[in-house]
Design a protein around this ligand. Sequence first.
Ligand code: K7E
Ligand code: CUA
Length: 765
Amino acid sequence: MSTFAVKPTVLLVAAGIGLGAASTAWSAESLQDVLKRRGLSQQDVLAAAKTYVPTGKRDEFVVFSSGGQSGQVIVYGIPSMRILKYIGVFTPEPWQGYGFDEESKMVLRGGRIDGRDMTWGDTHHPAISETNGQYDGQFLFINDKANPRIAVLDLQDFETKQIVVNPIYKSEHGGAFVTTNTEYVFEAAQYPAPLENQKFYPLEEMNDKYRGGMTYWKFDRKEGRINVKESFSVELPPYWQDLSDAGKGPSEGWSFTNSFCSERYVGGIEKGRPPYEAGCSAKDTDYLHVINWKKAAELVAAGKAKTINNHKVLPIDVAVKEGILFLVPEPKSPHGVDVTPDGKLIIVAGKLDTHVSVFSFEKIMAAIKAGKFESKDPYGIPIIGIKDALDKQVQLGLGPLHTQYDSKPCVAYTSLYVDSQVAKWDYCTGKVLDKLSVHYNIGHLMTMEGDSVSPKGRYLVALNKLAIDRFVPVGPLHPQNHQLIDISNDKMQLLYDMPLPLGEPHYAVAIEAAKLKPGVRYKVGTDSRTGKLSPDYVRAGEEVTTKTGNKIVVKGTLIRSHFTPETIEAEVGDEITLHLTNLERAQDETHGFTVSTYNVHASLEPGKTVTVKFKADKEGVYPYYCTEFCSALHLEMMGYLLVKPKGWKPTKTAAVAQAVYTEADYKATLKKVADTQAVIDSVVGFITSVNYKDFPDVVAMVEDATDQLGKIPEAKAKAEAAAAKKDWDQANLWAEQIWQYQVKAADLGLRAKTYLEQNNAKKVQ
Ligand code: K7E
Ligand code: CUA
């Protein structure tokens, strides 16, 4: 408390003038001294200089990484590798109130399967929305392999808006990928199963009754949501569809999906059969699925699909008859298919082959046009001969998996899982250009905008599966390891190891930071999960609590540093619904809300309206409070939920005990108020002397400060009325409240002033 009993002028000095004094007393270490002391080489310093982002400066690229088993998304910057955010997607995330307030529970409810809440996920592949094949920075999609689902995140506020469950799969892997204008977000099945929900067929009927497939989710960009009704799937054989990619340029309108276990092997080691790993890798080739999705969509629109589980599915025989589905043999248990930026070539890597296979879209089309097929698979799908589709094969090393592209023409990078290396090579000439060891067992890799039509080059991240010996040990479960690699020169240079402590981040995508334009505040009253105004938001002065039967509805507000209301009275068994609106306009003025032991939490960013709901099923006294340290009086931002026994009646009518103040106290408070007003006047003088209106962030802070100051006349009238009656308690407390409004206004004003100074605001007359 004592900190804030000081005079406001002291606050000002601390905030502004104290800076100059710190830099003199110690003789500084030289760079050489530091290198010696820390045992760093020239190379280390070069790497550090390439990744270090000084205070106040920002990263060039933003990465959205899968959060693996956490079911979340991890956001970090490049080149600093600083983590910026975890976004709750398929699983509850307490900080953001995700899964603890009603609006976000609605989103998670969309991900229920068979009536069950799914509180974990296995996220694999994020994808950024595209316009003309370029990342546009508007939306992010990501899949859940375990519980086949896909999620839509809006990059306006980095929140999950929608989860849809795949209606026909039991697992899925080859998604999320987007078409060049994000018409569709697509995902392929992984492990075959009957498509009908909750339908059993024995494994002996694998070939007939089990299926894979490819689902094309129609994306409505205006709504920012997947349109489930307009979505469809193409039925595929029970090969294990793996990864996918969308055609672009000449191959636009097509999608490509690799597969493994085209053997359709059924294991059963406990029955004496060799395990899946043996039976699924016996053949020399599997199949690349080539699908004309544009035509498939037309066929579905023309009524050629059948309906399974309320979802349109284009059967294999129709797809074959209409000439939209083809297979190309690909060696050998592949994992990864990546279309080149120009859309002409399709690169597939076989985990058990030492080569990457480069297929030519032109050749594939020529074979289809000429009707030149080497055979049909057991489902009647035409198979194009591998020689008729192949442009070239390049030997890279052991266990090639995924490929990404550089801004330099023809340059590609392929991960070598077994060799623990990144191979840089030229897919036009077939030459291997460089190799770099990584630590260890790299899965995916990622270059900047590396799967768009115009990769940005510069950096590559190796997403490694093992992190042996890299970090300070933290127990048998190691962190994941993302390694940043400089690819701007001929030789790759390893720059940085970043431990990722959340889940196995299979894949990641990176976008130029400048393309992201997230908002910093909501329009007051916004339900962020729908993007619309909440029907239950209230402005200052409109707060209301109503009780109908055993249902209590509170429409309240939050502003530094109090809730309205500060008491909620209930009887045991009442159902309580709170609609809370954060009235702040200032950037980063988030409040949190929780009620002791009722397992609710909300994060209220400026302008947001959030609903929490619970049954007050236990008698007692439960403090509620703000969970974000929002202001100097943050700790005082609280209230009481009083849950009374049924039929309880007050026995005492005595007023709530108060501190006892004198006239002298009141006078002293008035003096403090006058001093603070002088500070505010000088800050306001500065702000209005410059072009602050050109800075939207400052304008928002000024609005908030004006809000705070606007409450003063009412408090002042109350103080004066009490003083007239010589009620010094009330007079002094209302004068203190005036000071509270001033302090918050001054705090905002000082922040605005600093901002203006740092951003070179110009004097106006
Ligand atoms: Cu782990 Cu793309 Cu699911 Cu490869 S995936 S490594
Ligand atoms: Cu609001 Cu702390």
